[in-house]
Design a protein around this ligand. Structure first.
Ligand code: SF4
Ligand code: SF4
Length: 123
């Protein structure tokens, strides 16, 4: 199962995971035109090889190792990861709409500073 990026990436988006991913399946990269307009980064579910390198690299613990281990509050973002495709404006718009809906539905989590947000996922 693919790894999943969740909401601590919003407000952080530092690309540390991109730098360690051996198969370049995390997008958008800083050198891709979509980078400025996305609220977070996404993992391509079919390209991820489940190596786990991105998890310790993320400074805010935003990445879960499977759909099953992704907390209930973050399940909507599984689809956002699956939807985004670099170079596809429609896919970007659909993924970002999912993220915007997540933000609107989870004002409680968004009020938590990004470095502490993952700890609040299970509450
Ligand atoms: S688990 Fe490995 S392949 Fe998958 S996104 Fe993370 S670093 Fe890339
Ligand atoms: S390392 Fe974490 S916060 Fe940084 S871009 Fe990747 S998922 Fe987002």
């Amino acid at each position: 199962m693919p790894f999943i990026i969740t909401d601590p990436c919003i407000d952080t988006k530092d690309s540390a995971c991109v730098d360690v991913c051996p198969v370049d399946c995390i997008h958008p990269r800083k050198d891709e035109p979509e980078f400025a307009s996305t609220k977070m980064l996404y993992i391509h579910p079919e390209e991820c090889i489940d190596c786990g390198a991105c998890v310790p690299a993320c400074p805010v613990a935003a990445i879960y190792d499977s759909v099953e281990s992704t907390p209930a509050s973050q399940q909507g973002l599984v689809e956002a990861n699956a939807t985004f495709r670099a170079g596809d404006a429609d896919a970007l718009a659909r993924a970002e709409a999912i993220v915007a809906a997540h933000v609107a539905a989870h004002a409680d989590l968004m009020a938590v500073p990004a470095p502490e947000r993952a700890a609040a996922h299970a509450k």
